[in-house]
Design a protein around this ligand. Structure first.
Ligand code: PRX
Length: 653
């Protein structure tokens, strides 16, 4: 059994330390601390040196223009990110190097070299142009983890059309809302995808969404082959098969020069309200930031076979499957399906088969593998691995140690990387040839990153204390705004502590200045490394005709980090049966997507409220996690919450 999330007091007493091995240091891309000093002394010069390595149509006039909270990087420069991710490599031996080694869940394999990628991207860019997509138009992508997804992203970037990817696990309604917010003109989807041997009905969801998306003019459908093509309904004049359009597409497409600050993509993420935020990333700074962090944190070498297990629908896939790795000319593995299909050793067989050297995954996945025991990895030769990474949520030291020992054979450095959709690039992480790691800590900020821990008043908390994690200087891949809502951008990230970016995360620093992330301090849950707001789930629940009121909280969970618990008040006359529980869980999954399905739904006649009518979520969390109830003095009816707890415990038993 995996231990529950470790309390922070125990974490800070963590005594184990792992210094980089001599042999690793010898070959490391970064071998000593001087890089930190260099970035500190001249932040702009530090990033400009990185930017010099790329191809520019026009060089920048100014490295950074910072009028807090508005940042511009490489001001006045012109470039195209696909030239840097693809064309640049074609003039070298990398032309025939694998860019992606793809494996489908049923077992098919496809290798795309940089030359192949170039050809496919140019062709699809021409397809988009033919469909009327112009520079600045938004294109929505709702696809499984198949090579067409990075191809479509890069094709958008080739012509300067920002993409907005909607994770394939999101529902029709979530897709609809994102398309409408972005006002996308074209949608690219597929007949479906494979997940644990089941079909994910993407086209069906897309049809449902698009019927309520007036901005969508054309839909392109990849035939992934989960359905017979004749069974996929195509809307005359609107829907087109990808392969038909590609047959006629010209092989060459000139890259569109775009300004450094031209938007590359919009990616929606959960905040404290029910409405997702459209995080906007631009081109040059994002490219430079992703490439440098990828090269140094993963110690990327020309020969590496790098595998980031994320879905491209999340920011991790954008930055560390597509843009960062391709900018570095990396060979990346891409896997379509689920880790336990057909058995729990699928990932280990992929590592053995392709000789994966660098693995980047999530604490949730590691904890799920721990549950299945060491037998699965032991049956495979994992000796090709030389570095391991994690991201998405705090990793408990047990999981960190298990990863190091049973996957990394106690020889691979482990890099725990902290960052967010908004930050675009990793900001707190070890450098594997330099940093002594401690299990459970993301260690220290990346060179040039000024992170601090502050109290309620925004005052820096001395080492050894805890508070809110903030960022005090701009970094190149930072979000520039929220799409269509600059006021919300200012309010959410820059108002709590003037002059500082507020991450929404709690954090402690130990006496040596190591950062220990504590999770969100707002109403955002982290379920299996994915952000879901309590408000999103609550508003989905109250949308159901039988629900009068709902309060949602995250509850500590052995594998997922947090699981969703909902307290629901039903309308008069509705029975709180097991069938109703199942119906409501399904309802939330349909509204938002399967990842938002509550683990527990608990019916109650009333919710604990303050005298002013505010639901006390903190108390609900105490109840759900079986803790002593916190301060109840502000409650309108303090006896009700005790009663609620007793009922909850009864129902749990
Ligand atoms: O709470 C932090 C947690 O995930 C949040 C960001 O989620 P998202 O935007 O979906 O991006 C996830 C992938 C970058 C953060 O605010 N988080 C992410 N990485 C870590 C983490 N918490 C602790 N340790 C990490 N390494």
């Amino acid at each position: 059994m995996v231990a529950m999330q470790t309390p922070i007091e125990a974490l800070l007493e963590e005594g184990r330390k792992f210094a980089p091995g001599e042999a690793f240091i010898q070959q490391a891309n970064v071998k000593d601390h001087s890089i930190y000093e260099k970035a500190k002394q001249d932040l702009e010069g530090f990033w400009a040196e990185q930017a010099e390595q790329f191809v520019w149509f026009k060089k920048w006039d100014e490295v950074l223009k910072w009028e807090c909270p508005w940042a511009q990087w490489f001001v006045g420069g012109e470039l195209n990110i696909t030239v840097n991710c693809i064309d640049r490599h074609l003039k070298t031996w990398r032309r025939n190097k694998a860019a992606f080694i793809w494996e489908g869940e049923p077992g098919e394999e496809r290798v795309l070299t940089y030359a192949d990628l170039h050809r496919e991207v140019c062709k699809f860019a021409n397809v988009l142009k033919r469909l009327g997509v112009m520079k600045g138009d938004r294109v929505a992508l709702y696809l499984p983890m198949i090579p067409e997804l990075p191809i479509a992203m890069l094709a958008c970037a080739r012509i300067g059309a920002p993409h907005t990817i909607v994770f394939g696990g999101f529902s029709a309604e979530s897709l609809r809302d994102r398309i409408n917010d972005a006002q996308a003109k074209v949608l690219v989807t597929a007949d479906g995808g494979w997940r644990r041997g089941n079909i994910v009905p993407l086209k069906r969801n897309a049809d449902e969404a698009v019927s309520q998306c007036p901005s969508i003019e054309q839909v392109v459908v990849v035939h992934r082959g989960v359905m017979d093509a004749t069974h996929v309904p195509l809307h005359e004049g609107r829907d087109h098969w990808w392969h038909r359009l590609m047959e006629e597409a010209p092989l060459h497409c000139e890259p569109e020069p775009v300004d450094s600050e031209h938007p590359l993509y919009i990616l929606y993420t959960s905040g404290t309200t029910a409405k997702p935020k459209g995080v906007v990333h631009t081109t040059a700074g994002y490219m430079v930031g992703c490439a440098a962090t990828h090269r140094w944190i993963f110690d990327l070498k020309e020969e590496d076979v790098y595998w980031c297990t994320a879905d491209i629908g999340w920011v991790t896939g954008h930055s560390y499957i597509v843009y960062g790795p391709l900018a570095n000319g990396t060979t990346g593995v891409m896997y379509e399906g689920s880790p336990d299909y057909p058995a729990w050793d699928r990932w280990w067989s992929i590592i053995e088969k392709y000789g994966v050297t660098v693995l980047y995954t999530t604490p949730t996945a590691i904890r799920a593998f721990m549950r299945q025991g060491e037998g699965h990895p032991r049956r495979h030769d994992l000796s090709s691995l030389r570095l391991l990474g994690t991201v998405g949520e705090p990793i408990n030291p047990e999981a960190w140690m298990w990863y190091r020992e049973h996957i990394g054979g106690a020889r691979c450095p482990v890099v725990d990387t902290w960052w967010q959709t908004e930050t675009g690039m990793i900001l707190i992480s070890p450098l594997p040839g330099v940093t002594t790691t401690k299990p459970g800590s993301a260690t220290t900020p990346f060179p040039g990153v000024e992170a601090d821990v502050v109290d309620e008043q925004g005052r820096s908390v001395p080492l050894g204390g805890g508070g809110y994690l903030v960022l005090k200087k701009p970094w190149p891949a930072m979000l520039r705004t929220l799409y269509g809502d600059p006021d919300r951008y200012v309010q959410i990230y820059w108002s709590r502590f003037p002059g500082m970016y507020f991450t929404g995360d709690g954090c402690k620093r130990d006496k040596e200045g190591y950062f220990w992330l504590l999770g969100r301090v707002d109403d955002v849950m982290n379920v299996s490394g994915h952000r879901i707001s309590t408000m999103e789930v609550e508003s989905a629940l109250v949308y159901h005709p039988d629900v009068a009121e709902a309060a949602v909280t995250g509850k500590a969970h052995d594998v997922k980090g947090q699981a969703i618990t909902a307290f629901v008040t039903l309308k008069a006359g509705v029975q709180g049966t097991q069938e109703k529980v199942d119906e409501l869980k399904k309802h939330v999954a349909t509204k938002i997507g399967p990842l938002a399905r509550p683990d527990d739904i608990f019916f109650t006649a009333e919710l604990p409220k303050t005298r002013s009518g505010k639901i006390m979520r903190r108390l609900l969390r105490d109840i759900a996690e079986g803790r002593a109830l916190g301060d109840t003095t502000t409650l309108a009816d303090p006896t009700a919450v005790q009663h609620l707890r007793e009922m909850y415990e009864e129902q749990e038993a």
